[in-house]
Design a protein around this ligand. Structure first.
Ligand code: NAD
Length: 441
């Protein structure tokens, strides 16, 4: 099939590349000319396991192209995916300006029937707005071209995006014509060969499904973080409690890890966008508001522990930070807890020496670019030299079993603040560390 994907970010680049890998002809379009130029030189702008090899392979064999020219891309495709960002607006709602700008370009440029598929995460009712925007442009051109608008929310996880896309748990399609469902079934059948994972529904329900999934996951995290905070105060150990409840199959072990808050480009904005939609429709979503509130506070739990131990004035003190990305296996730092923790500490005079396997460039060039008190190093051990304490914020695999002798030798004092409860307390005790974790006194 011939496909265009508008927006070549985490979702667009992964989707386009995976469609190409299955034998489709894909043109990825982005307005960022620099990004397109780099992609054409073989430079993949983001880190995702297995992505670079697949991009290069499909670009070389001609099944994947990159361009800034949406007109040519629409001419050469029958299906057009919208995969641009939907960042949080001032009032918490999803900002649809990029999605609607793409819809306008589609209306201005399409020359034949097109399946317009919305893959961006968008509030209920957006497909109607996309349809109206495309139609308005067609009317201006006195064109009677027909088109279908389809909702196809994306459930991939950064850090495992290629794997998730190639082997999806489900493919949710919202449409209002049989031909649209059929086209999507055909496109996705190579990805769901093992068993049918195609879930067809109406468009509004498909739009709502994505927000509901993210809100549920964020709720599990905030719930467990709240339990962790109670455990800490009553003298229980949340790690043991987690084991105790996870064994109940109705609860399960996944997504109930206590930690220093969720970040990323999805949960924070999607929980707030859903809450805003709800309020706009006259319903106060008490639970969703609380999920966000708990997370806001949770991002400050580790810096508060550091401040409680070392005092409000941290000037002249250096702390080692392990992990900058919002989660492991990605370079994405959007809404990462590391930004909050580092800024809380440096605003009190601390210096930070930070290491991350993939996200240092993002931190240095964008998210912490104005913070002169942060130094970046290329090895986790170098971050420790003469630092007051080590602060672990992202659960990268390389942090799981570190050389504790080396940590003890390099730190000024043997103190670890563990924002992800990575270490076994018995092992830590052998080395005589002072060990602070989430949800344990
Ligand atoms: N990142 C994730 O893990 C994830 C997972 C599921 C769903 N989503 C959703 O998918 C959407 C995209 O997210 P992302 O993380 O890939 O965003 P991103 O910011 O990484 O990428 C968006 C891209 O769109 C481009 N763009 C903006 N306007 C454009 C236009 N008019 N024409 C062409 N390109 C344009 C930008 O230059 C950028 O490259 C969002 O709605 C997000 O909520 C993201």
């Amino acid at each position: 099939m011939k496909i265009s994907v508008i927006g070549t970010g985490y979702v667009g680049l992964v989707s386009g590349t995976c469609f190409a890998q299955m034998g489709n002809s894909v043109i990825c379009v982005d307005i960022d000319a620099k990004k397109v130029k780099e992609l054409k030189k073989g430079n993949v702008p983001i880190y995702e396991p297995a992505l670079e090899e697949m991009v290069l392979e499909n670009y070389k064999n001609g099944s994947l192209e990159f361009t800034t020219d949406i007109k040519n891309a629409l001419d050469a495709s029958e299906i057009c995916f919208i995969a641009v960002g939907t960042p949080m607006g001032e009032d918490g709602s999803a900002d649809l300006k990029y999605v609607l700008a793409v819809a306008k370009s589609i209306g201005e440029n399409m020359t034949k029937h097109t399946y317009v598929v919305d893959k961006s995460t968008v509030p209920v009712g957006t497909a109607d707005q996309v349809r109206e925007t495309v139609q308005k442009e067609l009317n201006k051109r006195n064109s009677d071209l027909s088109f279908d608008v389809i909702s196809n929310p994306e459930f991939l996880k950064e850090g495992a995006a290629v794997e998730d896309f190639m082997k999806p748990d489900r493919v949710v399609i919202g449409a209002n014509s049989e031909q649209a469902f059929e086209k999507m079934r055909e496109l996705y059948s190579p990805f769901t060969r093992n068993h049918d994972r195609f879930i067809a529904m109406d468009i509004k329900s498909a739009e709502m499904t994505k927000y509901t999934a993210n809100a549920m996951l964020a709720t599990k995290i905030s719930f467990m973080n709240e339990i962790a905070n109670i455990c800490e105060r009553v003298g229980a150990d949340v790690n043991q409690v987690r084991n105790g409840i996870g064994s109940d199959s109705r609860i399960g072990y996944s997504f109930i890890y206590p930690g220093c808050g969720y970040g990323g480009s999805c949960f924070p904005k999607d929980v707030q966008a859903l809450a805003k939609t709800s309020k706009d429709h006259g319903y106060i979503p008490k639970l969703l508001d609380a999920v966000e509130e708990v997370n806001y506070a949770q991002k400050r739990v580790i810096s508060t522990k550091v401040i409680n131990y070392f005092g409000e004035d941290l000037s002249g003190k250096t702390f080692a930070v392990w992990g900058l990305s919002f989660k492991p296996e990605t370079d994405d730092m959007r809404e990462a807890t590391s930004i909050t923790v580092i800024n809380e500490l440096t605003s009190r005079g601390a210096n930070i020496r930070a290491y991350d396997p993939k996200a240092i460039r993002e931190a240095r060039e964008f998210y912490l670019k104005d913070n002169q008190q942060v130094e970046y190093v290329n090895s986790k051990y170098d971050a420790l030299n003469n630092a007051e304490a080590m602060i672990l914020l992202t659960e990268w695999k390389e942090f799981r079993s570190p050389d504790f002798d080396e940590i003890a030798k390099r730190l000024k004092s043997k103190i670890i603040f563990d924002g992800r409860n990575q270490y076994n307390k018995n092992i830590i005790n052998k080395y005589d560390f002072k060990y602070f974790q989430i949800g344990v006194k």
